[in-house]
Write a protein that binds this ligand. Structure first.
Ligand code: PSU
Length: 305
């Protein structure tokens, strides 16, 4: 039995030619941003990857097939589809086996990328330890995936709706390298910095590529998390966001929102409470991550030749 997996024409050609490829997730399209900006952003992010010398591979499960790279019609369909499943490590195989359709989270996109031989993946922010996890036990499967699957993930840190210190503790326990790009402190998604010192710092795509290849060479399982700060002009300062995040969290609790619904609910409420500013910032940081991911993929590709 083989996994039904299809490469887009663009990705198939890139594989043949040995060009660098960057994986992109699809949950950000279906659950992270509203229509129609979600589709515009997805296309824009793919273009950023191309302009920076790599080929984009947006990953999703459609009608029981794992797609590595979506064509324009498929992207449109996914961006408008309703009630799409949000797939993680636990449910991805079941979705494929039963002919389902689902968007891939960070964890599921890493699995797809590994199967397709793609080393680098760009997203907005990874999932992590939710606030109140000492009661709810809500910890994203993204963290465990980073510990197991050899993909370098470029994100603007963990989303600031999470408990960042606890997220860092879990990543440390799991042995995931967390590398801040170009600064000593970790970024906090919509804000360029936080007061949490970064465990590692690197200043070039070449260093990040070398660390990725060394980990593979040493046969240490797992990937790397690159924490790439949002461009300064695009950030929302922490003091502005803090009360808004608190309000959104209180509403989620009052309405008993749990499990997979928490992150999309919070992102949606923060979008409303910031009058759209959080979405503008989210778009800027994803594009910035796509740029760095393309550079890392290019470095890995030239170093592996
Ligand atoms: N980055 C964004 N917006 C998103 C996500 C990432 O800018 O919506 C998605 C990713 O797919 C990530 C998921 O895996 O949010 C985390 O969900 P949870 O907290 O339920 O694990």
């Amino acid at each position: 039995m083989t996994v039904p997996m299809i490469f887009s024409d663009e990705v198939a050609a890139a594989r043949k030619a040995g060009q660098p490829i960057v994986a992109l997730e699809s949950t950000i399209i279906t659950h992270g941003m509203p229509f129609p900006q979600n589709i515009e952003v997805a296309r824009g992010v793919e273009d950023v990857v191309r302009k920076n010398g790599a080929v984009p591979a947006t990953i999703a499960v459609m009608n029981g097939t794992l797609h590595i790279g979506l064509n324009s019609d498929q992207l449109d369909a996914l961006g408008q589809a309703e009630n799409v499943a949000k797939l993680s490590r636990a449910d991805m195989a079941a979705c494929i086996a039963t002919g389902g359709t689902g968007a891939t989270t960070v964890a599921a996109t890493m699995i797809g990328a590994r199967m397709a031989g793609i080393s680098v993946f760009a997203t907005g922010g990874i999932g992590g330890v939710h606030r109140g996890a000492e009661h709810s036990f809500d910890i994203s499967a993204d963290l465990h995936e980073l510990a197991q699957t050899p993909v370098t993930v470029v994100a603007a840190g963990a989303k600031a709706i999470l408990d960042l210190p606890k997220t860092m503790e879990v990543l440390e326990t799991l042995g995931v390298p967390v590398i801040a790009f170009g600064q000593d402190y970790l970024p906090a998604f919509w804000s360029a910095t936080s007061d949490i010192a970064a465990p590692l710092r690197m200043d070039s795509a070449a260093q990040i590529a070398a660390a990725h290849l060394m980990r593979m060479q040493m046969n240490v399982p797992g990937g790397q998390l690159i924490a790439n700060p949002i461009p300064q002009g695009a950030e929302i300062p922490q003091n502005v966001l803090h009360p808004i995040i608190e309000q959104a969290l209180a509403e989620a609790e009052a309405q008993n929102i749990t499990a997979k619904k928490v992150t999309p609910f919070l992102l949606g409420r923060i979008l409303e409470l910031t009058d759209g500013a959080s979405l503008t910032a989210n778009i800027a940081l994803v594009r910035n991550n796509a740029r760095l991911a393309a550079q890392i993929a290019s470095e890995i590709s030239s170093a592996s030749r």
